[in-house]
Design a protein around this ligand. Structure first.
Ligand code: GTQ
Length: 348
């Protein structure tokens, strides 16, 4: 076979291409890499200096009603035009001005909202309204009707911005997406605010509710509660050398992630924390709630402050330092990787 020339092989490839055939042996190493070879790059979006002024400009160009969802999509710089922040996840920053309504619709894609800036917007999910304050983590389950609005709270009327995290790229991958608009612009509110939290949010569940749902029945995990847990832990335990005090949100009916496709976390890093590096196959999106520090991702360093968003690609080593006590929210596709049995982590 040593007499076979490159030209002969190239000629063969030319002949099979029109028949929709390809030689595996030319691409095997990239199809089955020795370790993850993500095209994604790390990136950080500054909120106060960059995103907020641009979002406010968008409000003078289009209403929430006309836009349906007025969102600036955070695109991974290496994947322009694909509306993804990692290969599997979508992220965007959504703005609702006082008095606006983002009309009711539903879709197969699951969504999380992490409130970044402003108070007094609401989302209504399946007839239950939840008022938003910064740091709240709110879920829109797959195929649940939802509309958003901003009627203010406690006499406060201000623009409200939240981070949207959706499994849009996964649904695109599976070609399994459906969506429809509601006949009504806004849903009729049919449950009192806080009902789902009262039923499922206190380490208890209603006795007549014995079936686990793939999405958590808690629509909103208020920041005040999660922050209090971290404050207590900070007083009583040594921070993990890699991740500080880090908790994962759960679906109380399963103990697993609150959404079938997305896991969410909240972590507290003490002032002066100098974390060790770790990496994981689930690329993650971080939203900074409080404090300042630096995220060292692969070979790059990103200074972060309140309301900034950054992305850590799959298998990129992440090291977190702080100059102030910091609280970080994050989400990833971990439940899907766990279901497939492919999640790998390394604490370096
Ligand atoms: O709020 O329903 O960022 O459907 C992207 C798609 C938000 C939403 C997004 C959506 C929504």
């Amino acid at each position: 076979m040593s007499t076979v020339t490159k030209a002969q092989r190239a000629d063969y490839y030319e002949r099979i291409r029109p028949l929709h055939l390809a030689p595996l042996w030319e691409s095997l190493h990239t199809l089955v890499p020795r370790e993850p070879q993500t095209p994604c790059v790390p990136a950080l979006w500054r909120y106060d200096e960059v995103i907020k002024p641009l979002l406010m400009q968008s409000a003078s160009l289009i209403t929430a009603e006309e836009a349906v969802r007025r969102v600036l999509v955070l695109e991974n710089p290496a994947l322009p035009g694909r509306a993804c922040i990692t290969q599997s996840l979508y992220a965007g920053l959504q703005l609702i001005m006082p008095g606006e309504v983002a009309p009711s619709h539903r879709h197969v894609q699951s969504a999380l909202r992490f409130i970044v800036d402003g108070r007094g917007a609401y989302t209504t999910v399946e007839g239950e309204r939840t008022t938003m304050v910064p740091g709240d983590f709110i879920i829109t389950p797959s195929w649940a009707w939802h509309d958003h609005g901003n009627e203010g709270i406690d006499g406060v009327s201000e623009p409200v911005v939240w981070l949207d995290g959706l499994d849009i790229p996964m649904l695109r991958f599976f070609d399994a997406g459906f969506a429809e608009n509601d006949e009504k612009r806004m849903q009729t509110v049919s449950h009192p605010e806080g009902q789902s939290f009262a039923r499922f949010g206190h380490n208890m569940v209603p006795v007549r509710h014995d079936h686990a749902t793939p999405t958590s029945p808690i629509f909103s995990y208020p920041y005040s509660r999660s922050r209090e847990a971290l404050a207590q832990l900070q007083k009583s335990e040594v921070p993990d050398a890699w991740q500080g005090h880090k908790l994962r949100y759960i679906n109380p009916l399963t103990g697993g992630a609150p959404m079938p496709t997305i896991a969410t976390f909240l972590q507290l890093l003490p002032k002066g924390f100098a974390g060790k590096a770790h990496r994981s196959t689930d690329g993650s999106v971080y939203s900074v709630v409080e404090g300042r520090g630096t995220a060292h991702i692969g070979g790059e360093s990103f200074a972060f402050g309140p309301r900034d968003t950054f992305v850590v690609p799959s298998w990129a080593p992440l090291r977190l330092d702080t100059s102030e006590e910091a609280v970080l929210f994050s989400f990833s596709d971990r439940p899907v990787q766990l279901a497939m049995g492919v999640l790998r982590e390394a604490f370096l």
